[in-house]
Design a protein around this ligand. Structure first.
Ligand code: NAD
Ligand code: UGA
Length: 441
């Protein structure tokens, strides 16, 4: 089948490459000509495991092409996936829908009129409940025969290709049998593999997405609230999380205590959800979501305070090594990165900060030109008074604590992700601390 993917960022580039991998002919569209140039040359504009090879093979076989022209997109296919960004508005927690509206408004005038095979616009961007129906009205004024569906995206960065080709579920919000049939055809290879296909109307599909991200965020903030209680009572949050997660009704995932969540989605999605709930006059839900956000923000401040205590209560004239800049491992995305937030807060309190990350240094430097960066861990740690482990890249688990102790000024470590082996680090002479583990040091 022929389809277009409008917006070729983290979601769109992966979706386009994976749809080509499933055998479709795909045209990726973006307003960013530089990005389109890189993608057309088979180069992903960001780091995502497995994407590079898949993109190159799809581009080489011409199953996947790229353009900046919405006219070309309208002529190319009768199914258009919209994957543009929906960032947080500058003036509130609500979702900024300008890019979604611009994509739909830009495409509509070029879409064929009645008499053609029906055109389907499929939203994948994360939007507040009610958006699809509002866009349907807007679209119909410009292109009367066009149908709209919502098919939220659940991929995780760092596992995006796997999540797209082997999703746990596909949710489609449709208003017509025709739209459901078209989406079943597009995803046929995945459905043949047994993927759950949940069909509903657009409002529920939109809500599934925001409710899922809000639930994941709530789980993380719940365990981080427990970490605060552990700090006050001498209990250990890692053992608590392990024991809670062993209950199959609770489950172990998204119970990793530490620095909390960041990235381009969980923080902005809970705020957008709260803003929409507020608009609807649903105060109780808003209180819950604000607390999830507040606990998460507090976690970052708590890690900065922990680190400050490790250097004797004042960062001035102290060296701080930061391990990790991306918002999570296996990604070079630094949007709302807790690690960079902490690094910058420590710098503002007077420390000399040097940051290391295996993949995200370029993005981190662009976002925080005032920070210093090092290309290897030893360089970042040279003469440091405290080392902050802020993003749990697997290579940090392989570090030799004895070798690192030889380059720092003081062997003091804050393991803000709670994954390093305290026994090995302590044996090499390190003093340790971590949120929710008051007896570690
Ligand atoms: P992104 O910022 O990486 O990419 C968005 C792309 O859209 C950019 O390349 C931008 O140039 C392009 N764009 C903007 N306006 C356009 C227009 N009018 N026409 C064509 N292209 C346009 O965003 P992303 O991280 O890929 O997220 C996209 C959407 O998917 C968001 O709603 C997000 O919440 C949701 N989502 C993201 C993830 C994720 O892991 N990043 C996962 C699931 C859902
Ligand atoms: C998240 C969701 O997991 C995806 O399903 C969703 O599609 C996506 O948001 C989105 O809508 O954009 P992602 O942001 O890629 O995916 O990353 P996650 O793996 O969810 O991690 C988010 C943040 O939570 C990271 O900063 C991570 O370090 C943190 N986290 C995660 C914890 O602090 N503790 C945990 O137990 C798990």
């Amino acid at each position: 089948m022929r389809l277009t993917v409008i917006g070729t960022g983290y979601v769109g580039a992966v979706h386009a490459a994976c749809m080509a991998e499933l055998g479709h002919e795909v045209l990726g569209v973006d307003v960013d000509a530089e990005r389109i140039g890189a993608l057309a040359a088979g180069r992903p504009p960001f780091y995502e495991p497995g994407l590079s090879a898949m993109l190159k093979s799809a581009v080489d076989s011409r199953r996947l092409r790229f353009t900046t022209s919405l006219t070309e997109a309208a002529w190319f296919a009768d199914t258009h996936f919209v994957c543009v960004g929906t960032p947080q508005r500058a003036d509130s927690g609500a979702s900024d829908l300008r890019h979604v509206e611009a994509a739909v408004d830009g495409l509509a005038p070029y879409l064929p009129g009645s008499g053609y095979e029906r055109v389907l616009v499929v939203g994948k961007s994360t939007v507040p409940v009610g958006t699809a129906d509002r866009l349907a009205g807007r679209l119909r004024a410009l292109a009367p025969d066009v149908d709209i569906a919502w098919n939220p995206e659940f991929l995780r960065e760092g596992r995006a290709v796997r999540d797209t080709l082997r999703p746990e579920r596909i949710v489609v919000g449709v208003r017509s049998v025709h739209a459901e049939r078209r989406l079943r055809e597009i995803y046929a290879p995945l459905l043949a593999d047994g993927t759950r296909f949940i069909v509903t109307e657009p409002a529920t599909a939109e809500l599934v997405k925001l409710a899922s991200n809000s639930f994941l965020a709530t789980k993380i903030s719940f365990i981080n609230a427990m970490a605060e209680i552990c700090d006050a009572t001498g209990a250990d949050v890692c053992t608590l999380a392990e024991a809670m997660g062993a209950d199959s009704r609770i489950g172990p995932s998204f119970l990793a205590p530490g620095l909390g969540f960041g990235g381009s989605c969980l923080p902005k999605d809970i705020r957008a959800f709260a803003a929409r709930a507020e608009e609807l006059g649903l105060g109780a839900s808003v209180v819950l979501l604000h607390q999830v956000d507040e606990i998460n923000t507090r976690q970052r401040r708590r890690v900065v305070d922990l680190a400050e205590r490790m250097v004797g209560g004042d960062f001035r004239d102290h060296g701080v090594a930061v391990l990790g800049a991306s918002f999570k491992p296996h990604s070079d995305d630094v949007r709302d990165s807790p690690a960079l937030d902490v690094a910058d807060a420590v710098r503002r309190r007077g420390a000399r900060v040097r940051v290391h990350d295996p993949e995200a240094v370029d993005n981190a430097r662009a976002a925080h030109p005032e920070l210093q960066f090092a290309l290897d861990v030893a360089k970042a740690c040279e003469q440091a008074d405290v080392v902050l482990h802020l993003t749990e890249w697997p290579q940090y688990r392989e570090l030799d604590p004895a070798a690192l102790a030889a380059v720092v000024r003081t062997p003091a470590l804050v393991d803000a992700r709670n994954v390093l082996d305290p026994v090995a680090w302590r044996a090499a002479g390190w003093t340790l601390c971590a949120p929710g583990r008051p007896r570690l040091g």
